[in-house]
Design a protein around this ligand. Structure first.
Ligand code: FAD
Length: 323
């Protein structure tokens, strides 16, 4: 049984990622089974309050305030987490399966000699053992497994575990620390991002376009639909490789894994590598002119038709309903 759970809380530009709060909520839920201690670790950033973090009911928040930690450093963050886990006696570590979490969690596991299971879509006790469910072979199959090492590391798929805010009734302790001798042997020197755009891995609604959009100039149809829905724009690798869309919008095996409430795939065939990144979406709508396109095998709603006719109609209709 787990005694102490350490959760990495990801911040970028002083914004705490919702996917980390989902992992923390799940940690609090697991901890209630065994009366384990829960700790949230935040590296860098400036915060006046930790309300969103404390609202999960976590027992302890540790904030490393060193300004050098404002930007992610794989080596420094891995050392901080591993050292804190050792000091705290944490036998279970949770991360969001975000880009940063995917990079960091294996490094921390290696430092702790811990077993790791990534991209978990379920993590719960079966009797006294933590059992994981996770997709394997690019989402073709699901594996149920447990990690048998004493220390265990898990990354949780964003948008699968709910962010629960029961309120802080946990005797919360907030510790502000300055990191001693962080290991900055690996540093991120530049971050390129699309200003102001919603990140696909965090979005609750995604409208994605594929090669069926015929060219970058037609993505205005995707952007307009995403805008009226308050969602993010996603893309298949074919259009990213063609330079029509930026890489940070790519969904799939070599792009981002997403689980929004609504995923609308437009002119996307549904290759296995694309579906590996979006098939756990709660509702999938596909628009494709080929009725035999594989995307229809995972779609909850399918429209066999031309994106150039369907998308403007859909956008107008949603605008009308919303107004
Ligand atoms: C190792 C590896 C990793 C990969 N990783 C990824 C990944 O992360 N993400 C990813 O997406 N792909 C990935 N791929 C590529 C993947 O195999 C496919 O090539 C890619 O997903 C195809 O993109 P697409 O669906 O946009 O294009 P296509 O397969 O060309 O499909 C275009 C679709 O548009 C439809 N269409 C055409 N015109 C219209 C119209 N007017 N109206 C409606 N529908 C129309 C067609 O019927 C067709 O189904 C990977 C491949 C490999 C080998």
């Amino acid at each position: 049984m787990i005694k102490s759970i350490l959760v990495f809380i990801e911040q970028r530009d002083n914004q705490i990622k919702k996917s980390s709060l989902e992992a923390l909520s799940h940690a609090v839920k697991l901890a209630s089974v065994t009366a384990a201690k829960t700790t949230a670790l935040i590296a860098g950033g400036e915060f006046e309050s930790f309300d969103r973090v404390s609202s999960t009911g976590v027992n302890q928040i540790i904030h490393f305030q060193n300004p050098d930690l404002n930007i992610y450093s794989p080596s420094a963050f891995a050392k901080l987490l591993a050292d804190t886990a050792k000091e705290n006696g944490s036998d279970c570590l949770l991360f969001a399966n975000s880009q940063m979490g995917k990079d960091l969690a294996p490094r921390v596991a290696a430092r702790l000699d811990a077993g790791i299971a990534m991209d978990c879509i379920n993590l719960d006790y079966q009797d006294t053992e933590l059992v994981v469910n996770r997709p394997i072979f690019a989402g073709k199959a699901y594996q149920q497994m447990s990690v048998t090492t004493e220390k265990k590391v898990f990354t949780l798929r964003p948008n699968v575990f709910p962010f629960i805010t029961p309120g802080p009734d946990s005797g919360l302790v907030i510790e502000k620390k300055s990191a001693d001798a962080p290991d900055f042997s690996v540093r991120v020197t530049e971050i390129k991002k699309s200003e102001g755009k919603l990140d696909v891995s965090e979005a609750d609604i995604i409208v994605s376009g594929g090669r069926g959009m015929k060219g970058p100039e037609h993505f205005i149809l995707i952007e307009s639909l995403a805008e009226v829905l308050g969602g993010a724009v996603g893309a298949s690798r074919a259009v990213v490789d063609a330079g029509w869309r930026p890489h940070n919008e790519q969904v799939g095996q070599t792009g981002k894994t997403v689980s929004p409430s609504l995923y609308i795939a437009c002119g996307i065939s549904g290759a296995i590598q694309h579906m590996a990144g979006m098939s756990s979406s709660k509702n999938i709508v596909a628009v494709n002119k080929d009725k035999d396109a594989p995307i229809f095998t995972v779609a909850d709603y399918g429209v066999v038709g031309d994106v150039f006719e369907i998308l403007p109609l859909l956008t107008e209709e949603i605008k009308r309903v919303k107004s």
